[in-house]
Design a binder for this molecule. Structure first.
Ligand code: NI
Length: 160
């Protein structure tokens, strides 16, 4: 396990669409472990593989609900409601902005053993699911911000 370098806005890898994972290999498992290490070290609640320079459809999330979610090839299959609130991103350091997301999201994915499962999230978990899945399409939250992107004091906001 290792901390990987987090790519930041302006790096064109963050604008690219990621490729599906076809099989789980030791190397991909190592990547997933490194993604958690990197996310925790940066005090984030979610991280997508392109943020560490790998164009694979892999997301890790920990919104401190007691679970560590690994989403391989995630697909959002249902959303409901809406929530408007602050959002940040480890790839856009020191900034935050107001973004409207679904209040509920259901996603189909595979875990780190390539077993299919469904994850339902509300509130922050729904926000994290939507934010991280957008990274896999090469999209950053800054394009969804309502009003101005703001400067954020370190550790003030949760970052994804
Ligand atoms: Ni992000």
């Amino acid at each position: 396990m290792a901390i990987r370098q987090i790519r930041t806005i302006g790096d064109e890898i963050l604008t690219k669409k990621c490729k599906a994972v076809k099989e789980m290999t030791p190397r991909t498992k190592e990547l997933i472990g490194d993604m958690f290490d990197t996310m925790y070290q940066a005090s984030g609640v979610g991280l997508a593989a392109p943020q560490v320079g790998i164009l694979k459809r892999i997301v890790v999330i920990d919104v401190e609900d007691g679970n560590r979610y690994v989403l391989v090839n995630p697909e959002i299959v249902e959303t409901r409601g809406s929530q408007t609130g602050y959002e940040g991103c480890l790839s856009v350091p020191g900034k935050s902005g107001i973004v409207t997301r679904p209040m509920y999201a259901k996603v189909k994915a595979w875990n780190e053993n390539m077993e299919p499962y469904e994850l339902e999230g509300e509130g922050l978990l729904a926000r994290a699911i939507c934010h991280e899945c957008a990274h896999l399409e090469g999209q950053l939250y800054v394009d969804l911000v309502e009003g101005e992107l703001m400067d954020t004091a370190p550790d003030e906001e949760e970052e994804e």
